[in-house]
Design a protein around this ligand. Structure first.
Ligand code: PLP
Length: 435
């Protein structure tokens, strides 16, 4: 008997799963429980105020949002962007990333953490993701560092801070810059410090699913005045006139990009930021409550990414890792049985980037974006191997995504707990072969 089955079998008899003819465990409404973003009259009023001012392109609301972020994070410089992707493009310019530089990145992330590296003419070097915090593995990062490594981009994936102490130590010793992509981790802390304050610079996305949602938006933050001005000159020509530095002379042209945030979005973001802590708390309470149930019910065969002691994570998304060999059924069949219970579970959204055609097609589309040739690079173009990063691939294939329950009541979480218990207890009898 597997440990998971043993854990469940030792308690009271468990009802038959729905997929085997039993009654579904999850019957409560899930629409309100999982509604996000939460838009109230306060957001509506804030948008109306901007709209009625008529200044719907350039309005003080954007700089007020920047001030809110500065105050919240205690960071001296912040510039708002049209989205998180634009903020990362700006960060590459702020970091002076240029042709042939190497930037170490995770493969297990959303594409926006990586693709701006190419637009800077640089080469993304993928490193493994470790299992505990689901961020870059510092051991593999160290192996991937070369004399050409200019930066590391860490992602606090799904709201779990990555191993920053180890990564920063590696980077600092070699003069390598680190960018935190904190798009998923508004409000998470590491060693008591908020994510977004832990490296040379940080970006946050405020796309509508994020923990600080807006219509679209992003911010770049740093303690370095020169980086701030570079991020500004890259995408914010209209702000340059306000500078008292040589960058002012570029105001008439900017650097060819326009990345400013809409004040209508900024109005929403300011209201949402105000409510971040209380709304994070609700998600955390719910996800941690269910995590503890799932770890217990599975005898540890389901790992729920509860935060290590020096970390307070948040739940942009709630993913768990399922050890198929211990629960005694494949992940897809397990998920299908949970879905039959009414549980809204599924595969994670992010395919691994190093396996995508952008990197694996023989004509190397990535190199075209980076405008790199062997002649420019002075050596052959690197090849991306889809079979590389075996630990990341194995880890990614074992993930199951649950709702993050922003407004759920305990009764719904108990129903999810029961769905897992039923399915785990009957793992041996579940239908096999789900696609
Ligand atoms: C990890 C990560 N980085 C960056 C971004 C880009 O943000 P945006 O969608 O605001 O451009 C996203 C968006 O989902 C993301 O998930």
């Amino acid at each position: 008997m597997s440990p998971a089955t043993a854990a469940v079998a030792s308690s009271a008899p468990v009802a038959r799963p729905a997929i085997l003819g039993g009654t579904p465990a999850v019957t409560l409404d899930q629409t309100e429980a999982n509604r996000w973003p939460l838009i109230t009259a306060e957001d509506e009023q804030a948008v109306l105020n901007v709209l009625r001012s008529g200044a719907i392109s350039i309005h003080p609301e954007v700089e007020l949002l920047e001030a809110d972020y500065r105050k919240w994070l205690g960071m001296p410089y912040c510039i708002a962007h049209n989205n998180g992707t634009g903020a990362i493009h700006g960060a590459m310019h702020a970091f002076d990333i240029g042709p042939g530089d190497e930037v170490i990145v995770p493969s297990a992330t959303w594409w926006a953490s990586v693709m701006p590296v190419l637009h800077a003419g640089a080469i993304p070097v993928f490193a493994e993701t470790e299992n505990q915090c689901i961020g870059l593995d510092p051991v593999d990062v160290e192996k991937k560092i070369t004399p050409r490594t200019k930066a590391i981009i860490v992602v606090h994936l799904f709201g779990m801070p990555t191993k920053m102490n180890e990564t920063m130590a590696l980077a600092k010793a070699r003069g390598i810059k680190v960018l935190e992509d904190a798009s998923h981790s508004h409000g998470a802390t590491y060693d008591g410090k908020l994510t977004g304050t832990l490296a040379d610079a940080a970006v946050f996305s405020m796309q509508a699913n994020k923990l600080v949602p807006s219509a679209e938006g992003g911010v770049f933050l740093t303690r370095d005045a020169a980086m701030y001005e570079k991020a500004m000159r890259y995408g914010h020509y209209e702000r340059l006139l306000g500078l008292n530095s040589p960058n002012k002379r570029y105001a008439a042209t900017g650097f060819g990009h326009k990345f400013r945030m809409s004040p209508l979005s900024a109005a929403v973001a300011r209201v949402q930021l105000k409510h971040l802590n209380e709304r994070n708390q609700r998600r955390n309470d719910n996800c941690i409550y269910l995590s503890e149930k799932l770890e217990k019910a599975s005898g540890g065969a389901i790992f729920t990414f509860l935060a290590p002691p020096n970390v307070q994570r948040v739940y942009f998304e709630f993913l768990v890792r399922v050890d198929e060999s211990r629960i005694g059924v494949g992940l897809k069949d397990f998920a299908k049985a949970l879905q039959a219970e009414g549980a809204q579970v599924g595969a994670p959204r992010y395919p691994l980037l190093h396996q995508q055609p952008m990197f694996t097609d023989p004509d190397k589309p990535w190199a075209k974006i980076a405008r790199l040739t062997p002649e420019i690079l002075g050596r052959p173009l690197p090849a991306y191997d889809p079979m590389a990063l075996p630990a990341t691939a194995k880890g990614n294939a074992s993930l199951l995504k649950l709702p993050s329950f922003p407004r759920a009541e305990r009764r719904l979480l108990d129903q999810y707990g029961m769905a897992f218990e039923k399915v785990l207890a009957h793992a041996a009898q579940l239908p096999r072969g789900s696609a």
